[in-house]
Design a protein around this ligand. Structure first.
Ligand code: GLU
Length: 475
């Protein structure tokens, strides 16, 4: 009988994000997590976090903690995971060994697996020989039909065996990938593969598949690099009589030059973007549209994304990560920050000695001109520091306004403080100037620049006497 797995859309979905804690949360994985989160939330389903840490050599606890922190920062929450277990847990594969052992025993009982004593050296030699004769390398089946005596003999030689899945011959494995459409593989193209390593730990194909079944996962949305793993996983599930989820494989993320996103393209981890001051809403808005087309063209919240997410609109073409586009979302996200949020976002960039009110006034004044926190640095200097000498063009502007203009302005500032309306009124009465001729020299004298945030709130944030002092320089 051929295996044929069909989609199960319509029921409330259970999805999961299943990272291997071997490094930082990469943008590609963050997008996978987001899509799974949205797929679950869209239908009031469940979203799980499972840590795939059976590779003890490469897995690190610090990566688990960082992954959790990054996902939380992005605003995703999960219904169960290593930090809050439920009856389907534990959610760390390293703690599920007893379950895997039961399945291994079951597979042995059913004759679906066998022990393989081939050494890495022997496997490599066989691989080379196959490649040399122009055949695709796969396990040659050396240990597939060992007799009990042969097995015992190899055991006595002290070799620790792996466990291989006995891939049935002459089968067609079909499934409907909910991104790529119908898929068909021949079992004869797939060599018997390892499901238990020589050290006794469960290998990826196996634990990933049985965990999905045990945890009631209905939809597996993952990177395209896993597409060819799926027929193997379907065979394991079938051999155990477990229910298979629907699988969908999203295209990988590429950089601007079309090659897979890597360090060469700049920052690739969520941490790097967070540390540069990117906001989670900007990241999720960009990721939401990477390989997923949507009619939502504006800035949306996670709830809105969940409503609008459509698995039928996941793309097969590689999705391009574009930092310029991310910056557009970032600008939008910054404009939406409340004063309190903006204060937290700018954090240590603000001078420590400022009182709370001044901080709030300053932040409200400069926020429309910021994209990243470091952009605030220049305005901190303008408002609280000393101005550098004017550029020639600005110098010219100030000279043309004349001394009378600035003595009226400085006098008004002495009488009224850093109050733009009062200063502008005084200059208007004294000189008759209006519009840009009235305001531009004031802006240049007060900030050293011809452009910037709205002037009145900027002045309000300045220390008392500062406006007068700066205006008097030109009087
Ligand atoms: N641990 C696997 C990975 O990080 C999970 C693959 C999957 O989502 O099934 O690639």
């Amino acid at each position: 009988m051929d295996i044929s797995a069909a989609g199960t859309f319509g029921q409330p979905h259970t999805t999961r994000f299943a990272p291997s804690p071997t490094g930082e949360l990469h943008l590609g994985n963050a997008r996978t997590a987001l899509f799974n989160f949205l797929l679950a939330r869209q239908q009031a389903g469940r979203f799980l976090l499972r840590i795939e840490d059976t590779d003890t050599e490469r897995s690190r606890e610090q990566h688990v903690e960082a992954l959790i922190a990054d996902l939380r920062w992005l605003g995703m929450n999960w219904d169960a995971g290593p930090d809050h277990e439920d009856s389907k847990g534990p959610y760390r594969q390293s703690q599920r060994g007893a379950r895997y052992d039961r399945y291994f025993a079951e597979l042995e009982k059913r004759g679906a697996v066998y022990l393989c004593f081939c050494t890495p050296l022997e496997l490599e030699a066989s691989r080379r020989a196959q490649l040399a004769s122009g055949r695709p390398p796969r396990y040659a089946g050396t240990c597939r039909n060992l007799s009990a005596e042969q097995r015992q003999k190899r055991s006595l030689e002290g070799l620790s065996p792996t466990m291989r899945f006995r891939v049935p011959l002459g089968r067609r494995i079909e499934f409907l990938d909910f991104v790529h459409g119908p898929q068909s593989f021949l079992s004869d193209d797939i060599g018997d593969f390892v499901i238990r390593r020589a050290d006794g730990t469960a290998a990826f194909f196996f634990c990933n598949a049985v965990d999905d079944a045990d945890m009631g996962v209905t939809h597996v949305l993952r990177g395209e690099d896993h597409l060819t793993n799926t027929p193997r996983q379907l065979m394991i599930l079938e051999a155990l009589g477990l229910r298979a989820p629907s699988y969908g494989h999203v295209s990988l993320i590429v950089g601007n030059d079309g090659s897979p996103l890597s360090k060469r393209h700049g920052a690739t981890s969520v941490r790097e973007y967070r540390e540069r001051g990117f906001l989670p809403q900007a990241m999720t808005n960009h990721l939401f549209r990477l390989g997923h087309s949507t009619s939502e063209h504006g800035f949306v919240s996670l709830e809105e994304m969940a409503r609008a997410f459509d698995a039928a609109h996941l793309g097969r073409a590689p999705a391009r990560f574009d930092e310029q586009q991310l910056l557009v979302w970032q600008k939008e996200a910054v404009h939406r920050l409340s004063t309190d949020e903006a204060l937290r976002w700018l954090g240590p960039l603000l001078p420590a000695r400022l009182d709370e009110k001044t901080r709030a006034v300053f932040v409200a004044a400069v926020l429309p001109n910021l994209v990243l926190p470091e952009d605030a640095r220049a305005w901190v200097n303008v408002v609280f520091g000393d101005l550098p000498d004017l550029e020639p063009a600005e110098q010219q502007l100030v000279l043309e306004a004349g001394k009378g203009y600035f003595s009226a302005a400085a006098e008004a500032a002495a009488a009224n403080g850093n109050d733009l309306a009062a200063i502008a009124n005084a200059v208007r009465s004294a000189t008759g100037k209006k519009g840009a001729a009235l305001y531009m020299p004031l802006r240049v004298a007060l900030t050293g620049r011809a452009h910037g945030p709205e002037l009145a709130p900027l002045l309000k944030a300045m220390p008392p006497g500062k406006a007068r002092e700066r205006l008097a320089r030109f009087a």
